[in-house]
Design a protein around this ligand. Structure first.
Ligand code: ZN
Length: 234
C-alpha cells in the first residue's frame, strides 16, 4: 500500500568537506576515542550539537548542526575546523559518560582530556559552560584539571579515561559534601574558642578592676589611720 505522507529517515552518507578535514584519522589517533558517528541536522538556537539519550537515537551517534559545515571563507576555515572539532569532542565526552548527561566536574575533566589530546589550539575552547551544572563549580576546576593533567598523557583510551573519571567523581562529591560540613564545624569551634577567650579576658579585667578598687580603699583607710594616729599623739 502506498502512503502520500513524506517520510524522512537517517541514511549513511559522505562526510561534508569540512567534517572530513576536521574529524580526521589523525584526530582519532591523537585523542584515542572510538569513531562515534555524526548525525548532521539543522539545530535552531544557540546549541551547535547535542547528545541524545539512548532511547532517542539510532545508534551511538551524536548530532552536529548542519550550519557548521557551510564553507564560509578560506580565511575562516581554520576557525571553523577548530569549532567542528570542539563540538565533536564535547558531544563525544557526553556520549562516553553515563546517562543522564550533564555539565559537571566529571564532564569537564573528560572534555579537558579530549581537548588536550587534540592539540594546542583546542584546550582554550573548554569553558565555563562545561561545568555550569556542577554543585561545587569553583572546586571542580582544580579537581578536573588535576585529574585531566594526569590522564591525558597516559595510553588509556578516552573510554578508559571516562571510566576512571566516573569511578573518582562520586567519592569526590561525597568528600566535598563532608568538606563543607567539616568547614562549618571548624568555624563553629573557632567561634566558641573566641567567645571563651573573650569571656576569660573580661573576667581578668574585672579582677584587675576590683583589685584597683581595693588598693584605693586600702590607701584611704591607711590615710584615715595615719590622721587618727597623728591626732592622738598631738
Ligand atoms: Zn554539552
Amino acid at each position: 500500500m502506498k502512503s502520500n505522507v513524506k517520510v524522512l529517515r537517517v541514511v549513511e552518507s559522505e562526510a561534508p568537506e569540512l567534517l572530513a578535514e576536521a574529524i580526521s584519522d589523525e584526530l582519532f589517533d591523537k585523542v584515542r576515542v572510538e569513531r562515534i558517528p555524526v548525525l548532521i541536522k539543522k539545530i535552531i538556537g544557540s546549541h551547535r550539537g547535542h547528545c541524545d539519550y539512548e532511547s532517542h537515537r539510532e545508534g551511538k551517534e551524536i548530532t552536529i548542526s548542519s550550519e557548521l559545515f557551510d564553507v564560509r571563507s578560506e580565511r575562516l576555515r581554520p576557525n571553523q575546523i577548530r569549532e567542528i572539532i570542539n563540538v565533536y569532542l564535547h558531544e563525544c565526552a557526553h556520549r562516553l559518560l553515563p546517562e543522564p548527561f550533564g555539565h559537571d566536574a566529571a564532564f569537564l575533566c573528560l572534555n579537558m582530556i579530549l581537548h588536550l589530546r587534540a592539540g594546542d589550539h583546542q584546550i582554550h575552547l573548554v569553558n565555563i559552560y562545561d561545568a555550569h551544572q556542577e554543585k561545587y563549580f569553583k572546586d571542580a576546576w582544580t579537581w578536573a584539571w588535576t585529574l585531566a593533567d594526569e590522564l591525558y598523557k597516559t595510553d588509556n583510551t578516552a573510554e578508559q579515561c571516562a571510566q576512571i573519571i566516573t569511578s573518582k567523581y562520586k567519592p569526590w562529591v561525597e568528600w566535598m559534601d563532608g568538606a563543607y560540613d567539616r568547614a562549618a564545624e571548624l568555624h563553629a569551634r573557632k567561634a566558641l574558642a573566641i567567645d571563651q577567650r573573650n569571656k576569660a579576658a573580661q573576667a581578668n579585667e574585672n579582677i584587675i578592676k576590683s583589685l584597683k578598687q581595693d588598693r584605693w580603699l586600702c590607701a584611704f583607710y591607711s590615710a584615715v589611720a595615719t590622721i587618727l594616729t597623728l591626732n592622738y599623739f598631738n
